[in-house]
Design a protein around this ligand. Structure first.
Ligand SMILES: [Zn+2]
Length: 134
């Protein structure tokens, strides 16, 4: 388990994203009118301004677009080093999640690595983290 984090305040718009992990689903806001994803979730499509948006589960796989390794112990319970990565989400063009790649040594992570979402529950929030696909 990673260090305790500042957790998001859940509301009617972002709840599907932050709790999808309860069903092991990565849910992104999707526009039924223009078929584009909008992230972070919001009540209006950022592409066409339609309000016909709602959560849609994606595969939960992606590719490491870029990353860095943090060595600074920002929190007393933090375990360093750890990887902070920008993940390009499969099936959702233009959507990137900034998250952690876990479950491997930090030296094992590289740009272009295929990853799969895994969820870590803290309170009522399911944090989407990523593991390398072997
Ligand atoms: Zn739209």
């Amino acid at each position: 388990m990673s260090a305790p984090r500042m957790l998001p305040r859940l509301d009617s718009v972002n709840r599907s994203f932050w709790t999808g992990g309860a069903d092991n689903e990565l849910r992104l806001h999707y526009c039924e009118d223009c078929q584009n994803f909008t992230h972070p979730p919001r009540p209006v499509c950022r592409h066409c301004l339609s309000e016909n948006v709602g959560p849609k589960a994606v595969a939960g796989t992606g590719v490491v677009d870029t990353f860095t390794v943090n060595y600074q112990k920002w929190h007393p319970k933090a375990e360093v080093p750890y990887v902070i990565a920008r993940i390009a989400i499969d099936g959702a063009p233009g959507v990137y999640l900034t998250s952690n790649v876990v479950g491997c040594e930090v030296d094992a992570v590289d740009i272009g690595d295929k990853v799969q979402v895994t969820f870590e529950q803290q309170d009522d929030v399911f944090l989407p983290l990523f593991e390398k696909v072997s």
